[in-house]
Design a binder for this molecule. Structure first.
Ligand code: ADP
Length: 327
């Protein structure tokens, strides 16, 4: 198979910064971690998912982060490479393992997580190790908040963001709240908000909006507005998304599908959005153009929920176009 399913990468570079890890998911559904008879490996980590979402859609991306110098770390780097994501920003740590997360959805709908990060390689990325030459080439620099949880990765994140911004990149932020990884809710809220006013594009889910502001309505979304912001998106699962800019706001309906696993829907949505704005910033100021892009991003999110796992379910551009045409 050719990289990124035969679609040639084009357009300007989008650099995705953060963690890539392995999710271990039970072989049977609806059981607790203790009851699970076995687990399957599923590559994950939101910034890495976004990098692959971009190349699947024909865009150009690079992943910056640290993996363990172990079987799993090299397996993950291989998955990025197979999908056409540039690995020039990947580092391998000799002393720490690739992060693992055991994740299950119990019969009562409760999600159970168990992380192996004691510490894991991604947490040990230092500012001095960053490939600044690569980061300076980014037209868009995208990141989450997991890389803010501990040092030295936090300082590496802040430096990479600053270098990208100084070189003229658009900063894109999807906090991707993972509460069990933070020492407390308060710390999560404070750290997520500590870099809020840097990003020009921010995407949160409705749950994250509620976590950050206590409510889910237009007023609470607008309370998150800041002067540098060009676009704030609130994703609403099957209902699509809401958009807020300085001059206009509205919503774009989602696509009804038979969902089997929603993992990666938000990453697919973000990848699609970034692909469309990387070479056409006018999308951020033109409501009709933005609505068309968000329809495309909603389609990508919806398709991703129709297959198990995140990366295997990320669509190619031709799949998205056929899906939209069939609706
Ligand atoms: P996250 O994965 O970050 O929590 P969402 O669950 O809101 O984000 O999903 C992101 C986007 O994916 C949504 O805005 C929507 O377009 C699409 N999506 C998610 N879940 C579904 C679903 N069950 N049916 C159709 N589309 C969905």
């Amino acid at each position: 198979m050719a990289p990124n399913n035969g679609v040639a990468s084009s357009g300007s570079l989008i650099v995705c910064f953060g963690e890539m890890l392995i999710d271990f998911v039970p072989t049977v559904s609806g059981v607790s971690l203790a009851e699970a008879p076995g687990f399957l490996k599923a590559p994950g980590g939101a910034p890495a998912n976004v990098a692959i979402a971009i190349t699947r859609l024909g865009g150009k991306s690079s992943f910056v982060g640290k993996l363990g110098d172990d079987e799993f770390g090299h397996m993950l780097a291989g998955i990025l490479k197979e999908n056409g994501v540039s690995g020039d920003g990947i580092l391998f740590d000799k002393g720490a393992r690739t992060a693992l997360a055991f994740v299950t959805l119990k019969a009562d709908g409760e999600r159970e997580f168990m992380f192996y990060r004691n510490p894991s390689a991604d947490m040990l990325l230092t500012p001095d190790e960053l490939n600044l030459e690569l980061i300076r080439k980014a037209k868009i620099f995208h990141y989450g908040s997991i890389s803010l949880i501990v040092e030295p990765c936090r300082s590496a994140h802040l430096k990479a963001m600053e270098v990208a911004k100084d070189a003229g990149a658009l900063l894109s932020y999807d906090p991707n709240l993972r509460l069990p990884l933070w020492p407390s809710e308060k710390e999560a809220r404070e750290q997520i908000m500590s870099i809020w006013d840097k990003a020009e594009v921010i995407k949160v889910s409705d749950n994250e909006l509620e976590f950050l502001t206590g409510k889910i309505d237009d007023e609470s979304a607008m309370s998150l507005w800041h002067n540098n912001l060009k676009l704030l998106l609130v994703t609403l699962g099957e209902q699509g998304c809401k958009y807020y800019t300085k001059n206009f706001r509205g919503c774009v309906d989602g696509f009804p599908v038979k969902s089997v696993d929603t993992t990666g829907a938000g990453d697919s949505f973000v990848g699609a959005l970034l692909c469309k704005i990387v070479d056409d910033r006018s999308v951020l100021e033109d409501e009709e153009k933005l609505k068309a892009v968000l329809k495309y991003a909603n389609a990508c999110g919806a398709i991703t929920t129709t297959k198990k796992g995140a990366i295997p379910a990320l669509p190619t551009e031709s799949e998205v176009l056929a899906f939209v045409k069939g609706k």
